[in-house]
Design a protein around this ligand. Structure first.
Ligand code: UFG
Length: 333
């Protein structure tokens, strides 16, 4: 049995589907604060999926899972992930992301479970010193979100030395798209991310999509990011676990497409795919945004045999199909 923390969330739910389709049995723990019960209900239609509502900040909740199920390995997503919010409320991030993970790791040691795949982030690198960013790039996070994740990476290294806990840290770049059968998709409230915000502007009459800054030092003046498809990312978790089972060694991998797309590029591609005009305006820069982030992910490609298969157009297509479903769901249509 594989424990997936945060399995009711965006990346977690896609990873649950990936694992059960590969034949694994999965138990989810999620406090449903940012994850959704509707997502759990969709996943629970599969007999191989179990769910326990619980919070990693309460060690008793975690023990409940380990008492009830024989866990072989953990895939750990449960975390807050908004950079801006982490600057305003750092305690929330350290308590949930760092302290919550410490509870999880201690319970794993107690129950002799020694394998974990951890959802880390390119936000642990901070301001890029060079691009593309490889795993050896210095880690100097500039916000509490990135710091809370980097602390966990360091704790995992120490737990390997002290207790033999083996971990794979996946540092992902920006994530996009939805399940190709649109069973699950990206659902944040409020939504802050680029692609869903562009798409929502086509449904919600009063919503004008805002480009946060067009005076960056990039070819078109807007920020460049590396958008990896969520199903490709889910697959990286399965390959990481297989690698861990095979080698029993800790490691770290960037997960990105190695391609940078500007905000304007993404906006134009959405317009092209949807075949309609989307209301847009240029707004102030958003605090904390860096101009260019994209990955060197050769290590994952060589060692894990992972490949980004789906294009940015694939991601926008599936995200749009999902947004239509979500809009109906939220508006009772
Ligand atoms: N953007 C807009 N308008 C919007 C939303 C976003 O112009 O309405 C711009 C942002 O300014 C940024 C780019 O689109 O330049 C991407 O922004 P997102 O909010 O989609 O994603 P972020 O890069 O800010 O952050 C995401 C995750 C983090 C993770 C990071 C890794 O939320 O958890 O990717 O790069 F660390």
């Amino acid at each position: 049995m594989i424990l997936i923390t945060g399995g009711a969330g965006y990346i977690g739910s896609h990873t649950v589907l990936n694992f059960i389709e590969a034949g694994y049995e999965v138990v989810i723990i999620d406090n449903l604060e940012t994850g959704h019960i509707e997502t759990v209900n969709t996943l629970k239609q599969y007999r191989k999926v179990h769910f326990i509502k619980g919070d990693l900040k309460n060690i008793e909740d975690i023990e409940k899972v380990f008492n009830k199920y024989k866990i072989d390995a953990v895939i750990h997503f449960a975390a807050y992930s908004l950079v801006g919010e982490s600057v305003e409320h750092p305690a929330k991030y350290y308590r949930n992301n760092t302290f919550g993970t410490l509870n999880l790791l201690d319970t794993m040691i107690k129950y002799n479970v020694k394998k974990i795949v951890f959802s880390s982030t390119c936000a642990t690198y901070g301001e890029p010193k060079y691009t593309p960013i490889d795993e050896n790039h210095p880690q100097k996070p500039i916000n509490p979100y990135g710091k809370s994740k980097l602390m966990v990476e360091k704790i995992m290294e120490d737990y390997d030395s002290a207790y033999g806990l083996k971990s794979i840290k996946l540092r992902y770049f920006n994530v996009a798209g939805a399940d190709n059968k649109v069973r699950v998709g990206e659902w944040h409230e409020p939504e802050t991310h680029l692609i869903p915000n562009i798409l929502k502007s086509t449904f919600e009459k009063e919503k004008i999509f805002k480009i946060f800054g067009n005076d960056y030092d990039t070819p078109d003046g807007t920020c460049i990011r590396d958008y990896v498809n969520v199903e490709d990312l889910a697959q990286a978790h399965k390959l990481a676990l297989e690698y861990l089972n095979k080698t029993n060694t800790s490691n770290v991998f960037n997960i990105g497409t190695e391609k940078g797309d500007s905000v304007k590029n993404i906006f134009d591609t959405c317009k092209e795919i949807l075949g309609k005009e989307i209301p847009v305006e240029i707004a102030e820069r958003r605090a904390g945004d860096t101009s260019i982030l994209y990955a060197d992910s050769k290590k994952a490609q060589t060692i894990l045999n992972w490949k980004p298969i789906r294009t940015i157009k694939d991601s926008i297509h599936s995200a749009y199909e999902w947004e239509k479903i979500l809009y109906k769901r939220l508006n009772n249509k």
